[in-house]
Design a protein. Structure first.
Length: 107
């Protein structure tokens, strides 16, 4: 009996960060990564631009993981994460629509 309770407690502790869901933000992160990849494929993003944008996406991912780490994403954390995602989205747009393009010879 004690063993079953211990197993249940461990499984609950492991799954708590997963329950601290941010499905909208997770979808948004995936879409932003796809926008960056599309910009690379089309030549709209240069190598340095891509590097900077990917570093920003990694930072956003780390903030999401930190917010989920205690099992609950509070309203304040969610607002902060949304603002960070908004800024990243604007950066992606600006970099894709600036006048810099990757030369057509490849990377």
């Amino acid at each position: 009996m004690f063993r079953n309770l211990a197993i249940a407690a461990v499984l609950t502790a492991i799954s708590l960060p997963a329950l601290a869901g941010t499905p909208g933000l997770d979808t948004r992160e995936r879409n932003q990564r796809e926008r960056i990849a599309q910009g690379v494929r089309s030549g709209e993003l240069t190598r340095p631009e891509t590097r900077r944008l990917m570093r920003g996406e990694v930072g956003l991912y780390r903030h999401v993981r930190a917010a989920k780490s205690d099992g609950v994403v509070t309203r304040a954390e969610r607002m902060r994460l949304d603002r960070h995602a908004d800024r990243m989205s604007a950066r992606i747009y600006r970099q894709k629509h600036d006048r810099q393009d990757r030369p057509q010879g490849g990377w």
